[in-house]
Every structure is written in structure tokens, then in C-alpha cells.
Write a protein that binds this ligand. Sequence first.
Ligand code: FAD
Length: 349
Amino acid sequence: MKVLVVGGGLTGGMISYFLRGVKQFKITCWEKSRGLGGRAATKRSNKISGCQADTGLQYLTRYEKSARHDNLYDFLSGKGLISKLDVKDISHMKSGSEKMQHYKAVNGSNTIAKTLWEESNAEVMKLQKLKSLDYSEDGVVAENEKGEKEKFDLVLLTIPVPQIIRDISFTPPIEKNAREQLEKVKFSSRFALVYFFGDNYDIDSRVAGSYAANKDDPIVYWHIDEAKRFGMDTEKNFRTIMFHFKKGLYCDLTPAEALPKLQEHVAQSFPKLPTPAEAVPHRWLFSQVDEKFPGSEGYLSLNDQIIICGDSFGTRGNFDGCAESASQTADHILSLLPKEAEISTEKDK
Ligand SMILES: Cc1cc2nc3c(=O)[nH]c(=O)nc-3n(C[C@H](O)[C@H](O)[C@H](O)COP(=O)(O)OP(=O)(O)OC[C@H]3O[C@@H](n4cnc5c(N)ncnc54)[C@H](O)[C@@H]3O)c2cc1C
């Protein structure tokens, strides 16, 4: 079965990872950008070597306990990609509990998706933006922005639902009921801003980061990337700060237009900060899930050939929500295999 996964973020990576080695599936990923990770994004400095910052996902907060969750966390910990976070380093962060533990991505959050995709052995095609899906009993013809077409047996859309509605045309169109349900899914928008400082500049701070104490603050969260990843007592220099701004703030402006306004807020909140060598704004138009898909079972099957899934289909719009949606989607896809077919994996050989 030829399967197209649209989106090279966490949900797509997890589904491919969960289905790795199932010989009946040949998985291809189309990712519109140059890199994998999606909203688990890591920005690397163009000017200062070795400086990077997570601009989207900050922490993995483990709530769910299922065999697939355990497997995922064990795999990522075993590879050294995630480690437990000491919440005392982050002001105003809710501490963990028996049921809820926080992890950080040691080498940057995009390494999580990258590694899941690598492990899955799927064919990953970057700079492939899906434009349209034309489906019939015969299969689904996917067309990219360049007008190139390829036929698949099954297509999984893992991109934020409002982006699907905005960017992808379906022939025949999505049935009215399903479309109305999809239109209920809402995402927030927000700006991230990264400051990269020159070599050997120590940022004077006693914490690795902080959530805002006041809900009206324009900066809702900030962190020193090196301190978050390696701990406050690391010998590494602190050279990178990332700020997240309030939902919607300046999101009607382009990143270039918003930059001076964002910098003004930083100057007011952190008057002692010197001028950075590089200031990089990033506008997340589809940032986090505000309203998830109503009554979700982890995915929506538009028909036997097109499935929509992702963090708006999980209990929570975060890493664990992706894992939940990916796990339920993987189970569903396995159930599509002919009943008499034994599920054979590469490992059976
Ligand atoms: C600012 C911010 C902070 C966050 N903080 C946290 C946190 O601390 N903890 C947490 O667990 N979660 C957090 N999240 C949420 C977390 O990042 C997401 O839940 C998760 O990354 C979603 O993964 P996904 O694969 O479902 O979607 P995405 O990451 O959105 O992946 C979709 C992919 O599809 C690609 N794509 C889009 N359109 C097309 C197209 N037409 N054709 C081909 N490819 C396309 C995109 O480029 C993207 O790579 C945060 C998110 C943001 C933005």
C-alpha cells in the first residue's frame, strides 16, 4: 500500500515510526519546507556558529501512559535526545508529578522529529508542498505546487486543520458535515523572537527561563537556550534568548514590520540586555490548538483513502496529543490491511 504522509512534523514522524518495518506499507513524506520538525522547530544562527534556539515546542510534558507512549519516551531518552527537566530552573512553571513529567530536547526540539523520520525509513521529500487531492475508488492523486502528480492508496494529512482548509483543494470537495466539524478547529497565532549574542557574552540571569507572572505581559515566556538544554550550572556560555509573545500580538504584521515593536517590549522588560548580533522574528500563524476537533477519536477519516490527524485530534494540543493521534491513526491504518494478511515486519525476516 502506497501511503503519503503530508507534513514532516512530529505527528507524521510518529506514525511512520509506529509503522516502521510493516512491509505492506511504502511510506512517503511530503514536507513543504527545507527541514523536518514543523512546530517542533529549532532556529540556528546564520552568523554565530553553534547558537540555536527552539522557537516552537519547548517542553515535552508526559501525561499519557500507554505502551506506545512508553516506547516513544524510552526511544528518545535512549538516543539521548530528551532528558528530564528541572522545573526549578524555569520560573512560574508548573512542577511535575507522578502523572506528569517534563522533558527537554537536549539538542533542539527538531531533532526529535528528524530522528523519528530517520528511524522509520520512510522516503522523505522536502520542498514538496501539497496543493490538491483528487480521489476516486482507484486511489488518490496528490499534486504539489509545481503541478507534479503522484498516485497513492492512502493519504494522511498531519498539517494544522485551518491550514488544510486554506491551502488544499479536494476533488470531490469534503462532504458538508465533515467540513463544518473541521471548521470548528481553531489555532492561535503568536510571534517568537530569538536573540543571538556574540561569542562569550554571559547573560546575567539566575534562571534558565520564565513564564510571565502576569497574564497581560506582552512576553509570555522566555528562555536562555543553553541553560534550558544543559542546566544552569553548565560551563557553556549563555548566548541565546528566545521570547514568546502574547497570542495574536502583532500577528497581522509581517515579521519585518513586527520586529521593532517586539524589540521595544524586550527592551522594556530586560533593560540591561545588550544589542544582539542577530535578532530573528518568527510568526507562528498556526501556533497552538485553541479549539480541538469535536469528539475526536484521534483522527478523522474523510473516506477510505484520506485521513486527517495531528495535535488537534488528541486530548491535548501538544507532543502527547500528537502521540495519541499518531498511535490511534497507526492502529486504524493497520486495520485497513486485508484481514487475512498477517502484519509482517522487517524484523520477521
Ligand atoms: C510557539 C509554540 C510553543 C509550543 N510549545 C509546546 C510545548 O512546550 N510543549 C508541547 O508539547 N507542545 C508545544 N507546542 C505544540 C507542538 O509544537 C505541536 O503540538 C507539534 O509540534 C505539532 O506537530 P504536528 O506534526 O502535528 O504538526 P506540525 O508541526 O505543524 O507539522 C506539520 C508539517 O506540515 C508541513 N506542511 C504544512 N502545509 C503543508 C503542505 N501543504 N504540504 C506539505 N507540507 C506541509 C509544515 O511545514 C510542518 O512541517 C508549541 C507550539 C508552538 C508553535
